[in-house]
Design a protein around this ligand. Structure first.
Ligand SMILES: Cc1cc2nc3c(=O)[nH]c(=O)nc-3n(C[C@H](O)[C@H](O)[C@H](O)COP(=O)(O)OP(=O)(O)OC[C@H]3O[C@@H](n4cnc5c(N)ncnc54)[C@H](O)[C@@H]3O)c2cc1C
Length: 429
């Protein structure tokens, strides 16, 4: 059987799936954004909502990379994690950063309502389940995170976890009632359409080949056009290496995978994944999954550093069956795909001024939906009123500079770290 890779595209209506023309000729705007993933489109919307003239240039289609291929978990925090952020930034600073992502969660819901973005059902609740029998560790973690950040996590004892997840593989859980799930490609395309209604111009099939100074301004060139802008923001994630060597060296590309099954009967779910919640486990390379509205199961997991394996569907099916052996006669993959995450060494987004008028909003790793909404607002505030105290918002990200993750050796280093953490997962350390 042929496994397709474009599940989310099959959920689009004709308006959402329309293509956009490439850039042709020359344009003059306030801000030119490179990349139409969640980072670029969130920023475009935040800027046009504040009256800026904006162009977005996308190499392929809007959402063709991680932003249109992800699992759709909308959770506060950053890829760095909430408690590790305290050791990276100190408690007060970490509180301000996490608070930004809590308000981003509200902003996402507000935009879905205000712009009538059809990316639902938006289902509340994300459950983190422990792979190891250590309730005290789970409880301590919840207490520390709630004390530090007022996150509202609830401890779920294993019996309650197993009412939702009928497997002996899991023990206790941490339930986050305010996190939620959505269809990420429909969400992104809804944001893009909203930005366009405010005047943003989005061009597809328009790869930016270079960005250069143009007197006091900048210009971004594509094969068929040029955009002149006061500011350029690089939002191209792991694949825009040619535009900024500094950014290319600051992010390790990490690949991760998703499989979507054929629809399964409700009775099958009642005996296995008997829950509408989005689930992930506590291991370093965790499984993450949720039921889709059409009866399918979305199952994600695994990482690799060099290339996508050929048999993603069967690897992820085996992972799912390890947790839910009762799905053996029912689980059949129909879609499978990989995506690339861009990880800075500190696992925090790179929101920075690279040069006067040249900025970046990238490096969101495996946790991008909330942080890209944060980044859009922070950079928009900075670009709209650069002299005012809004700049302070950007300062919150100053400690997380584009560093050096190893250049051409980044993947080797990341592979070693990944194998080490997998070993720890297996040993239960
Ligand atoms: C399988 C998978 C599951 C995930 N699950 C979740 C999840 O459940 N929840 C969550 O919060 N996050 C999740 N993530 C992470 C999240 O998707 C990313 O953090 C986020 O999408 C990053 O957005 P971005 O805009 O920075 O990058 P991208 O989506 O990669 O967008 C960058 C865009 O820039 C374009 N581009 C690059 N170079 C150029 C150029 N020179 N000219 C023009 N355009 C260019 C690319 O074509 C691309 O469209 C997941 C990611 C993957 C891969």
């Amino acid at each position: 059987m042929v496994i397709a890779s474009d599940y989310y595209r099959t959920t689009l209506n004709p308006t959402e799936s329309r293509s956009r023309p490439p850039l042709a000729g020359s344009l003059e705007v306030d801000v030119c954004i490179v990349g139409a993933g969640l980072a670029g489109i969130n920023l475009a919307l935040s800027l046009v909502e504040r009256g800026k003239r904006v162009v977005v240039l996308e190499r392929g289609r809007v959402g063709q990379e991680a932003s249109g291929r992800n699992a759709g978990f909308v959770a506060k925090g950053f890829a760095a994690g909430d408690l590790p952020l305290i050791s990276k930034a100190g408690l007060a600073h970490a509180r301000e950063l996490i608070a930004l992502t809590k308000s981003a969660r509200k902003l996402i819901r507000k935009r879905i309502d205000d712009y009538r973005i059809d990316c639902g059902p938006v289902k509340d609740g994300v459950l983190t389940v422990s792979w190891h029998d250590d309730p005290q560790k789970m409880q301590d973690r919840i207490n520390r995170a709630n004390d530090a950040f007022d996150l509202g996590y609830e401890f779920w004892p294993r019996l309650r976890v197993r009412e939702h997840c009928n497997t002996e593989q899991y023990y206790d859980g941490s339930y986050s009632p305010h996190d939620f799930q959505l269809n990420p490609l429909k969400y992104l395309l809804g944001l893009a359409a909203a930005a366009e209604t405010h005047g943003a111009l989005i061009f597809e099939n328009s790869e930016v080949t270079d960005v250069v100074r143009d007197g006091a301004r900048w210009k971004a060139r594509t094969v068929a056009g040029i955009v002149h802008a006061k500011d350029i923001v690089l939002c191209g994630a792991a694949s825009m290496g040619g535009l900024s060597r500094r950014l290319a060296y600051a992010m390790a590309p990490v690949r991760t995978y998703i499989m979507v099954s054929a629809p399964m009967d409700e009775s099958v779910y009642e005996r296995s994944i008997n829950t509408p919640l989005a689930i992930y486990d506590t291991r370093f390379a965790s499984d993450y999954y949720r039921r889709l509205p059409d009866g399918r199961l979305l199952w994600g997991g695994r990482v690799s550093l060099f290339s996508h394996p050929a048999n993603i569907a069967s690897l992820l099916t085996q992972d799912a069956l390890k947790v839910y052996p009762q799905l053996r006669d029912h689980l059949r993959a129909e879609f499978a795909w990989g995506g690339v995450l861009a990880y800075p060494q500190h696992k925090m987004p790179l929101l920075a001024r690279l040069k006067d008028g040249l900025w970046c909003a990238t490096g969101f790793g495996g946790h991008g939906i909330c942080p890209t909404a944060v980044a859009g607002e922070v950079l928009a505030e900075t670009l709209v009123a650069p002299a005012l105290d809004q700049r302070r918002l950007l300062e919150l990200f100053e400690d997380f500079k584009p560093g050096f993750v190893g250049g051409p050796f980044a993947a080797v280093g990341a592979q070693v770290i990944y194998l080490w953490w997998r070993l720890r997962d297996q040993l239960g350390i």
